[in-house]
Design a protein around this ligand. Structure first.
Ligand code: SF4
Length: 391
């Protein structure tokens, strides 16, 4: 078992570039006391799952330009058999180190055989070791339909990493992946299978490598919005590109993680605030301003929406106010059935970021009296940006 743990550690490090099973933005992407390949991830019901995040192999025959595991790069290659992977995971579960599995793989041999090995590993985990907990299984580009469906049967979550927002951008990153055929079609198959099963048991996610292909934020957001609409994507992950030595993109500057952060904020506007992607405000290059929350930028461009009367506004209007998130809106709607909200302190107690909301609201029919800093930057509505593993 000691040898297997060493191999699993190496394959866990190789999995760190995939955020789909982690907590989201860079701020969460740190090692913790549990060890480098156990990632805490939050579930929507408040529970957390400790994910054993690992590749079955890091020996890849593909050549994705950003990837540490690409063919031909000088790096140590390691593989686990499905039996070995399942045994290591069972050991971690019995030691109470892991409560969930995130399994991905490089493409060694055909995609079909790589998928088969991953599926076999999860079947062993489920059958031999009777693990009934959370499993996130990666669907490899070009996977066969039967494998996509089996993955969606076995796992609570599946994901196909788009990495780029469209075919033109992906062509800059990989000569071997076809955006529509190898990636989007597989996501459609997963969606169709989930619908046919009449259950959303296996929600799906995707990941973008931000800044590797010269893409704009607008391209990423438009594609993300389309995936939410058409495929009921559970969530998108954004990974700021970091150059890896020994790859064709090693000379490209790293993407600032604040860009990743702004994309997550924008993503929240799409799936939790009722914004359409056409409402998002970009700069002349089609990128989100880095120095301000996208919701605040939208509010500054739409004075016709404000001020919003806290005592009378509907849910949609309240959600448009900077500093007010979905939870605060629910509390406001509940409290104001009993009484009027007359001051900023009352709003603060309901979770509103009042410094941000004050310039945009009426309280008891009047502008709030307190003079506050008008355009604070930073986080978004107290909602955070990491999101949860299941959404
Ligand atoms: S298919 Fe591409 S992204 Fe995946 S491991 Fe191979 S080189 Fe890396």
């Amino acid at each position: 078992m000691a040898d297997l743990i060493v191999k699993a550690t190496q394959l866990g490090q190789a999995a760190q570039f995939d955020l789909c099973g982690a907590c989201g933005p860079s701020a969460s992407r740190v090692r913790d006391d549990l060890g480098r390949w156990i990632y805490p991830a939050a579930l929507p019901d408040g529970r957390t799952v400790r994910l054993f995040k690992v590749l079955l192999t890091n020996a890849c025959e593909r050549d994705c330009a950003y990837c540490a595991n690409r063919a031909g790069r000088d790096s140590r290659r390691t593989s686990l058999t499905p039996d070995e992977l399942a045994a290591v995971f069972d050991e971690l579960v019995r030691r109470d180190m892991a409560t969930g599995l995130f399994l991905s793989s490089a493409v060694c041999g055909s995609v079909a055989s790589a998928m088969e090995r991953m599926i076999t590993a999860v079947e062993i985990v489920r059958r031999r070791y009777q693990f009934k907990g959370y499993v996130h299984l990666k669907i490899l580009p070009g996977a066969e339909r039967a494998a996509v469906e089996r993955a969606a049967q076995l796992a609570q979550r599946v994901s196909v990493n788009l990495e780029a927002p469209n075919a033109g951008r992906l062509a800059r990153l990989s000569k071997t992946k076809d955006f529509d055929r190898d990636l989007l079609l597989r996501m459609r198959w997963a969606r169709e299978f989930m619908l046919a099963q009449g259950t959303a048991r296996a929600g799906q996610t995707t990941q973008f490598v931000v800044g590797a292909a010269g893409e704009s934020d607008r391209e990423i957001i438009v594609t993300t919005s389309r995936l939410y609409r058409e495929l009921r994507l559970a969530r998108a992950y954004f990974s700021a590109f970091q150059p890896v030595p020994g790859t064709p993109l090693e000379g490209l500057p790293p993407t600032p993680t604040v860009r990743e952060h702004r994309l997550y904020q924008c993503d929240f506007l799409l799936h939790s605030y009722g914004f359409g992607d056409e409402e998002i405000v970009y700069d002349a290059q089609g990128n989100l301003p880095l120095d301000a929350d996208p919701k605040l930028v939208w509010a500054q461009h739409h004075p016709e929406w404000f001020p919003v009367d806290i005592d009378r506004a509907d849910r949609e209007a309240l959600l448009r106010v900077p500093g007010i998130g979905p939870r605060s809106v629910a509390r406001i709607l509940s409290v104001r059935r009993q009484r009027s909200l007359r001051d900023l302190e009352s709003l603060r107690r309901l979770g509103v970021v009042v410094q941000r909301a004050a310039p945009f609201v009426l309280l008891a029919g009047r502008r709030p009296a307190v003079q506050l800093a008008l355009w604070p930057m930073g986080g978004m509505d107290g909602a955070g940006t990491a999101g949860s593993e299941l959404r």
